[in-house]
Design a protein around this ligand. Structure first.
Ligand code: UDP
Length: 239
């Protein structure tokens, strides 16, 4: 049927800031619940879902180190922040009946499973949403790189990057320029050459070199994530 989703297994990347609502910090439970509903609606289609959530709503390594903190320690704090976000999202998803596993790149066995690739794949096959926490487990990386790495390892067909306040990739910042134009499609090479802010350069290189498409869309639009899986709505495809 034409309503069948275009993808069987996807990675959804959202920033930590997506969880904070209007609070400006931390987790805003109604916002987390709203995103959980968006994920559930796609899960209900039978799509296997990987999820990576950033940590910027709680702590960013770069801002810590800019204020004099040792960089690697600050980055570990950022990674721990992503674990808190993962647990918050796990709770919201299970509340609406979606089974999940939080899988951490840093061992903390009382809180999350350790990352074992084949085990994670099995969870996906059993329709469990895998929430990959603690980034890559390494300082000097971002959760964009973690999302790209896990998407490759899990053989996802695409990365879906849910953005707040913007529905794709524009030639210039649409919040500052009324005449900014959204790309329907753009290559990774052009994203790099034009220095468009989509993902950091190491994540883009990892996606490009493994032919992993990236779909940038607006997370604020209710039903938006599900719509795109059915081929509707506005977004930018980077490949
Ligand atoms: N981080 C890290 N290694 C990783 C992923 C994340 O060191 O593999 C740290 C880094 O300090 C980063 C913080 O965790 O600033 C939060 O992640 P990110 O900034 O990607 O979150 P987002 O901007 O998506 O909310």
């Amino acid at each position: 049927p034409s309503s069948a989703p275009k993808y069987k297994r996807v990675m959804l990347k959202i920033s930590g800031e997506a969880l904070m609502g209007d609070q400006g910090f931390g987790l805003h439970p109604p916002t987390v619940q709203r995103i959980a509903q968006e994920i559930k609606s796609v899960h209900d289609l039978g799509v296997e879902i990987c999820l990576v959530i950033g940590g910027g709503n709680i702590f960013r390594g770069l801002s810590g180190s800019a204020q004099g903190m040792e960089r690697t320690t600050a980055d570990y704090m950022g990674m721990l922040a992503t674990v808190m976000n993962a647990l918050g999202m796990q709770s919201a998803l299970e509340e609406v009946g979606v089974f999940t596993r939080v899988i951490s790149a840093i061992r903390m066995d009382e809180v999350a499973e350790p990352y074992i690739r084949r085990r994670a794949v099995r969870h996906l096959e059993k329709q469990r949403v895998c929430i990959f926490a603690a980034g890559t487990g390494n300082p000097y990386f971002t959760t964009d790189t973690a999302a790209t790495l896990r998407a490759n390892e899990m053989a996802c067909e695409a990365i879906f990057m849910g953005k707040n306040g913007v529905d794709g990739v524009y030639d210039k910042d649409p919040k500052e320029h009324a005449d900014a134009v959204r790309y329907d499609e753009i290559s990774y090479d052009d994203v790099l050459a034009k220095r468009l802010k989509v993902m950091d350069a190491s994540a883009i290189a990892l996606a490009r070199d493994n032919n992993l498409p990236l779909i940038v869309f607006g997370l604020d639009e209710p039903g938006g994530f599900k719509g795109i899986l059915a081929g509707e709505g506005t977004y930018t495809k980077v490949q």
